[in-house]
Unconditional design. Structure first.
Length: 255
Protein backbone atom coordinates (compact mmCIF):
# COMPACT_ATOMS: atom_id res chain seq x y z
CA UNK A 1 0.00 0.00 0.00
CA UNK A 2 1.37 3.41 -0.86
CA UNK A 3 0.63 6.51 1.18
CA UNK A 4 0.10 9.96 -0.22
CA UNK A 5 -0.64 13.25 1.52
CA UNK A 6 -3.20 15.49 -0.11
CA UNK A 7 -4.49 18.97 0.46
CA UNK A 8 -8.19 19.65 0.91
CA UNK A 9 -9.77 18.68 -2.38
CA UNK A 10 -13.30 19.44 -1.14
CA UNK A 11 -14.91 16.78 -3.52
CA UNK A 12 -10.03 -3.16 25.86
CA UNK A 13 -13.27 -4.16 24.28
CA UNK A 14 -13.57 -3.41 20.66
CA UNK A 15 -13.79 0.29 19.92
CA UNK A 16 -17.47 1.26 19.83
CA UNK A 17 -18.61 -2.34 19.49
CA UNK A 18 -22.41 -2.38 19.09
CA UNK A 19 -24.30 -4.86 21.21
CA UNK A 20 -26.45 -7.39 19.37
CA UNK A 21 -24.25 -6.90 16.34
CA UNK A 22 -26.11 -7.52 13.09
CA UNK A 23 -23.60 -5.60 10.99
CA UNK A 24 -23.34 -6.97 7.44
CA UNK A 25 -20.56 -9.53 7.13
CA UNK A 26 -17.89 -9.39 4.45
CA UNK A 27 -16.12 -12.21 2.69
CA UNK A 28 -12.83 -11.83 0.87
CA UNK A 29 -13.03 -9.87 -2.38
CA UNK A 30 -11.02 -11.67 -5.08
CA UNK A 31 -11.36 -8.96 -7.72
CA UNK A 32 -9.32 -6.20 -6.06
CA UNK A 33 -5.55 -5.92 -5.72
CA UNK A 34 -4.66 -5.00 -2.14
CA UNK A 35 -1.01 -4.53 -3.12
CA UNK A 36 -1.70 -1.59 -5.44
CA UNK A 37 -3.70 0.74 -3.25
CA UNK A 38 -3.18 4.38 -2.43
CA UNK A 39 -4.27 5.51 1.03
CA UNK A 40 -4.56 9.28 0.93
CA UNK A 41 -4.68 11.68 3.88
CA UNK A 42 -4.90 15.45 4.15
CA UNK A 43 -1.60 17.09 5.11
CA UNK A 44 -3.06 18.62 8.28
CA UNK A 45 -5.04 15.57 9.34
CA UNK A 46 -8.34 17.19 8.44
CA UNK A 47 -11.18 16.09 6.21
CA UNK A 48 -10.62 15.16 2.57
CA UNK A 49 -14.20 16.03 1.64
CA UNK A 50 -16.08 18.92 3.17
CA UNK A 51 -19.40 20.46 2.33
CA UNK A 52 -20.86 23.56 3.92
CA UNK A 53 -24.56 23.21 3.26
CA UNK A 54 -26.03 22.41 -0.13
CA UNK A 55 -26.72 18.75 0.68
CA UNK A 56 -30.00 16.89 0.95
CA UNK A 57 -29.09 15.71 4.47
CA UNK A 58 -27.77 17.41 7.58
CA UNK A 59 -24.10 18.36 7.62
CA UNK A 60 -21.81 20.56 9.63
CA UNK A 61 -18.80 20.78 11.94
CA UNK A 62 -18.18 19.10 15.29
CA UNK A 63 -15.74 20.74 17.70
CA UNK A 64 -13.82 17.85 19.25
CA UNK A 65 -11.65 18.08 22.34
CA UNK A 66 -10.30 14.59 21.72
CA UNK A 67 -9.30 15.37 18.12
CA UNK A 68 -8.13 18.89 19.03
CA UNK A 69 -9.80 20.23 15.91
CA UNK A 70 -13.17 20.59 14.20
CA UNK A 71 -14.50 17.47 12.50
CA UNK A 72 -16.76 17.50 9.46
CA UNK A 73 -19.89 15.35 9.54
CA UNK A 74 -22.60 14.39 7.08
CA UNK A 75 -25.90 13.04 8.34
CA UNK A 76 -27.31 12.75 11.85
CA UNK A 77 -25.94 9.21 12.29
CA UNK A 78 -22.35 10.36 11.74
CA UNK A 79 -22.87 13.24 14.17
CA UNK A 80 -24.18 10.80 16.80
CA UNK A 81 -21.23 8.47 16.24
CA UNK A 82 -18.70 11.29 16.66
CA UNK A 83 -20.47 12.33 19.86
CA UNK A 84 -20.16 8.82 21.27
CA UNK A 85 -16.53 8.48 20.19
CA UNK A 86 -15.72 11.71 22.03
CA UNK A 87 -16.43 10.05 25.40
CA UNK A 88 -15.50 6.41 24.69
CA UNK A 89 -12.51 5.60 26.89
CA UNK A 90 -10.85 3.15 24.42
CA UNK A 91 -10.78 5.88 21.74
CA UNK A 92 -7.57 7.92 21.93
CA UNK A 93 -8.00 9.84 18.69
CA UNK A 94 -10.86 10.39 16.27
CA UNK A 95 -11.02 11.87 12.76
CA UNK A 96 -13.72 12.17 10.13
CA UNK A 97 -13.62 12.02 6.33
CA UNK A 98 -9.87 11.63 6.80
CA UNK A 99 -8.85 8.56 4.79
CA UNK A 100 -9.40 7.83 1.10
CA UNK A 101 -8.66 4.58 -0.73
CA UNK A 102 -7.94 4.41 -4.44
CA UNK A 103 -7.65 0.94 -5.99
CA UNK A 104 -8.61 -1.06 -9.05
CA UNK A 105 -11.34 -3.66 -9.19
CA UNK A 106 -12.23 -5.50 -12.40
CA UNK A 107 -9.85 -3.06 -14.10
CA UNK A 108 -11.90 -0.05 -12.98
CA UNK A 109 -10.68 2.62 -10.55
CA UNK A 110 -12.54 2.62 -7.24
CA UNK A 111 -12.51 5.55 -4.82
CA UNK A 112 -13.76 5.31 -1.26
CA UNK A 113 -13.57 7.82 1.63
CA UNK A 114 -14.21 6.51 5.13
CA UNK A 115 -16.66 8.26 7.46
CA UNK A 116 -14.72 8.01 10.74
CA UNK A 117 -11.28 6.86 11.83
CA UNK A 118 -10.69 5.71 15.41
CA UNK A 119 -7.34 5.05 17.05
CA UNK A 120 -7.32 2.93 20.22
CA UNK A 121 -4.87 3.11 23.12
CA UNK A 122 -2.93 0.12 21.73
CA UNK A 123 -2.54 1.84 18.35
CA UNK A 124 -5.23 -0.20 16.60
CA UNK A 125 -6.87 1.75 13.77
CA UNK A 126 -10.55 1.17 13.04
CA UNK A 127 -12.23 2.70 9.99
CA UNK A 128 -15.98 3.14 10.23
CA UNK A 129 -18.64 3.39 7.54
CA UNK A 130 -21.92 4.67 8.99
CA UNK A 131 -25.28 3.89 7.41
CA UNK A 132 -28.85 4.70 8.37
CA UNK A 133 -30.00 1.11 7.88
CA UNK A 134 -29.41 -1.98 5.74
CA UNK A 135 -31.24 -0.42 2.78
CA UNK A 136 -28.21 1.84 2.30
CA UNK A 137 -26.21 -1.30 1.48
CA UNK A 138 -28.66 -2.70 -1.05
CA UNK A 139 -26.75 -1.58 -4.15
CA UNK A 140 -24.58 -4.58 -5.24
CA UNK A 141 -21.80 -2.38 -6.67
CA UNK A 142 -21.54 -0.32 -3.52
CA UNK A 143 -21.55 -3.42 -1.34
CA UNK A 144 -18.79 -4.89 -3.53
CA UNK A 145 -16.72 -1.72 -3.04
CA UNK A 146 -17.07 -1.97 0.75
CA UNK A 147 -16.15 -5.65 0.57
CA UNK A 148 -12.98 -4.75 -1.32
CA UNK A 149 -12.12 -2.05 1.23
CA UNK A 150 -12.65 -4.56 4.03
CA UNK A 151 -10.23 -6.97 2.32
CA UNK A 152 -7.61 -4.25 1.87
CA UNK A 153 -7.88 -3.17 5.49
CA UNK A 154 -7.68 -6.75 6.74
CA UNK A 155 -4.48 -7.40 4.78
CA UNK A 156 -2.86 -4.28 6.23
CA UNK A 157 -3.82 -4.73 9.88
CA UNK A 158 -6.62 -2.15 9.89
CA UNK A 159 -10.08 -2.86 11.22
CA UNK A 160 -13.07 -1.94 9.08
CA UNK A 161 -16.65 -1.85 10.32
CA UNK A 162 -20.06 -0.85 9.03
CA UNK A 163 -22.22 0.62 11.78
CA UNK A 164 -25.95 1.11 11.35
CA UNK A 165 -27.63 4.04 13.09
CA UNK A 166 -29.66 1.90 15.49
CA UNK A 167 -26.41 0.32 16.76
CA UNK A 168 -24.86 3.57 17.97
CA UNK A 169 -26.89 3.85 21.17
CA UNK A 170 -27.59 1.02 23.58
CA UNK A 171 -30.54 2.87 25.09
CA UNK A 172 -32.03 6.30 25.72
CA UNK A 173 -30.10 6.40 29.01
CA UNK A 174 -26.87 5.81 27.09
CA UNK A 175 -27.62 8.59 24.63
CA UNK A 176 -28.55 11.08 27.36
CA UNK A 177 -25.43 10.33 29.40
CA UNK A 178 -23.11 10.67 26.40
CA UNK A 179 -24.80 13.92 25.35
CA UNK A 180 -24.41 15.34 28.86
CA UNK A 181 -20.75 14.37 29.17
CA UNK A 182 -19.99 15.73 25.70
CA UNK A 183 -21.58 19.04 26.58
CA UNK A 184 -18.98 19.39 29.37
CA UNK A 185 -15.95 18.47 27.27
CA UNK A 186 -14.52 22.01 27.32
CA UNK A 187 -14.99 22.61 31.04
CA UNK A 188 -11.70 23.96 32.40
CA UNK A 189 -9.62 21.33 34.20
CA UNK A 190 -7.28 23.07 36.65
CA UNK A 191 -4.04 21.60 38.07
CA UNK A 192 -5.66 21.50 41.52
CA UNK A 193 -8.47 19.35 40.12
CA UNK A 194 -5.91 16.79 38.94
CA UNK A 195 -4.04 16.94 42.24
CA UNK A 196 -7.23 16.28 44.21
CA UNK A 197 -8.23 13.46 41.87
CA UNK A 198 -4.84 11.78 42.22
CA UNK A 199 -4.96 12.27 45.98
CA UNK A 200 -8.38 10.64 46.08
CA UNK A 201 -7.01 7.68 44.09
CA UNK A 202 -4.13 7.28 46.55
CA UNK A 203 -6.57 7.32 49.43
CA UNK A 204 -9.32 5.00 48.18
CA UNK A 205 -7.81 3.34 45.11
CA UNK A 206 -8.40 3.75 41.40
CA UNK A 207 -11.88 2.21 41.62
CA UNK A 208 -14.31 4.59 43.26
CA UNK A 209 -17.76 6.05 42.57
CA UNK A 210 -18.92 9.11 40.67
CA UNK A 211 -20.21 11.06 43.67
CA UNK A 212 -17.13 10.68 45.88
CA UNK A 213 -14.77 11.47 42.99
CA UNK A 214 -16.75 14.61 42.12
CA UNK A 215 -16.65 15.77 45.76
CA UNK A 216 -12.94 15.09 45.93
CA UNK A 217 -12.25 17.15 42.79
CA UNK A 218 -14.31 20.16 43.94
CA UNK A 219 -15.12 19.80 47.66
CA UNK A 220 -16.90 23.16 47.91
CA UNK A 221 -19.24 22.75 44.90
CA UNK A 222 -20.64 19.38 43.87
CA UNK A 223 -21.90 20.68 40.52
CA UNK A 224 -18.45 21.92 39.60
CA UNK A 225 -16.98 18.58 40.61
CA UNK A 226 -19.47 16.73 38.41
CA UNK A 227 -18.73 18.99 35.42
CA UNK A 228 -14.96 18.59 35.83
CA UNK A 229 -15.32 14.82 36.19
CA UNK A 230 -17.35 14.72 32.96
CA UNK A 231 -14.64 16.70 31.16
CA UNK A 232 -12.04 14.32 32.61
CA UNK A 233 -13.96 11.43 31.05
CA UNK A 234 -13.47 12.98 27.60
CA UNK A 235 -9.81 13.55 28.54
CA UNK A 236 -9.52 9.81 29.38
CA UNK A 237 -8.63 10.31 33.05
CA UNK A 238 -11.98 8.87 34.16
CA UNK A 239 -13.58 5.68 32.83
CA UNK A 240 -17.29 5.14 33.43
CA UNK A 241 -19.99 2.94 31.91
CA UNK A 242 -22.40 5.46 30.39
CA UNK A 243 -24.92 2.80 29.40
CA UNK A 244 -26.02 2.71 33.06
CA UNK A 245 -28.05 5.37 34.92
CA UNK A 246 -25.71 8.02 36.32
CA UNK A 247 -25.89 8.11 40.11
CA UNK A 248 -23.54 9.10 42.93
CA UNK A 249 -22.93 5.39 43.39
CA UNK A 250 -22.06 4.73 39.73
CA UNK A 251 -18.61 3.05 39.62
CA UNK A 252 -15.78 4.97 37.95
CA UNK A 253 -12.11 4.18 37.43
CA UNK A 254 -9.40 6.82 37.77
CA UNK A 255 -6.55 6.63 35.25
Amino acid sequence: MSFKAAGHDHPPKSVLRPEGDRTPKFTRDKHSDAHHVRMIRAEDGGALRTFNGGLAHENGWYVSRKARRVLHWQGAAQYDFLTRAEVEFPVVRVASESVRFEFERHGKMQIYTTDVELVASDGTVTLIEIKRDERDLADPEYHAKLTAVHTICDEHGIRFKVILRHQIWDSLVHRRNVTLFCSRRFVTILPEHIERLEGHARQVGADTCFGSAARAVAPHCSRTGEAVLQALTVARRIEVDLTRPLLDTTPVTIH
